[in-house]
Design a protein around this ligand. Structure first.
Ligand code: ZN
Length: 311
């Protein structure tokens, strides 16, 4: 009899402990626990944050290294960002290569060696720049376009799909429980981008004039995709030399180019002076918009208008 009593008491106690554990678990299931459950993904630039959110939805929290308004060619990481980065499960790098990553990637990995590093550029055919509109005496080319590669890979729907694919694979690897969720979102996102690609191709196909001028040449992949020609005012990430500007103005007049594009992250001084020379106007397009499909549509609209209105 005594033994049975003891066993019953033991069961009651263990039962009570189990209840306490469960309750403790429940009480910590407030907003705080929910936050920690999200997979923290670090990215270099805002367009990648757009990709991560499209694929990861409410299962992820994104940390962007190069904040809005800053340039990935020059930005320096803050201590706060280093602290945020230490909690990241994945780092999606552009990989094209962008100066920010060339300068900082090793240091970021040193802060958080456990995070999975995903290279978004894998499988993208990189543009060897500096071939067109390249002039003698520009030995500093490597400074911006590292070894002659155009790093701005994210501004084409096809490239965006590849980048999103890498991000999807990375999320599945660190959070396999939500694999189906990520795949579903990826499929929906690629459908959107495929549709957008056809739309852009159709709308940009009929233009007679296909050259556009931009201060910082970030639209090389966009131009390649739709058979347009980007003419950069900056040469190898540096302000243009006077003789180059003279040639550029002559060319603009020859092709009846009436718009000079600038990006919010860069000075518009050279754009203003060229616009004055050619009797044209300055129009802003942003290479770093977070919502890539929406931004590509805006860029298409601006470029189309500019090319329709010239001549
Ligand atoms: Zn750039």
């Amino acid at each position: 009899m005594k033994k049975v009593y003891k066993e019953r008491l033991f069961r009651i106690i263990t039962g009570a402990i189990a209840v306490m554990v469960v309750t403790a678990g429940l009480t910590s299931c407030g907003p705080a626990a929910e936050e920690t459950e999200k997979t923290i993904v670090a990215v270099t630039i805002l367009p990648q944050a757009g990709f991560v959110e499209a694929i990861g939805g409410d299962k992820v929290e994104v940390v962007v290294m190069v904040p809005p308004g800053a340039s990935p060619h020059t930005y320096e990481v803050t201590p706060t960002q280093m602290a945020q980065l230490s909690k990241a499960k994945v780092y999606a790098k552009v990989g094209s290569p962008v100066e920010f990553e060339l300068t900082w990637m090793d240091k970021l990995i040193a802060v958080n060696g456990a995070m999975l590093v995903v290279d978004c550029s894998e499988g993208i055919e990189l543009i060897e720049s500096g071939e067109e509109h390249h002039h003698e005496g520009e030995a500093e080319a490597e400074e911006h376009e590292h070894e002659g590669v155009d790093p701005h890979i994210w501004l084409s729907p096809k490239n965006a799909m590849i980048m999103a694919r890498h991000i999807c694979d990375g999320l599945k690897q660190v959070d396999p429980a939500n694999e189906a969720f990520y795949e579903e979102n990826y499929t929906a996102y690629t459908e959107e981008l495929t549709e957008l690609d056809s739309e852009l191709a159709a709308e940009l196909s009929g233009l007679a004039n296909r050259k556009f001028i931009v201060v910082h040449p970030s639209f090389g992949y966009f131009a390649r995709e739709y058979d347009l020609e980007q003419i950069g005012i900056e040469q190898s990430g540096k302000e243009a030399e006077a003789d180059y500007l003279v040639r550029l103005i002559t060319e603009a007049k020859e092709y009846d180019i009436r718009v000079v594009f600038v990006s919010p992250q860069f000075s518009r001084q050279s754009a203003d002076s060229i616009a004055r020379e050619i009797g044209g106007e300055v129009v802003i397009i942003d290479p770093l918009g977070k919502d890539v499909p929406e931004n590509l549509r805006n860029i298409k609209e601006a470029v189309k208008q500019a090319l329709e209105n010239n001549g």
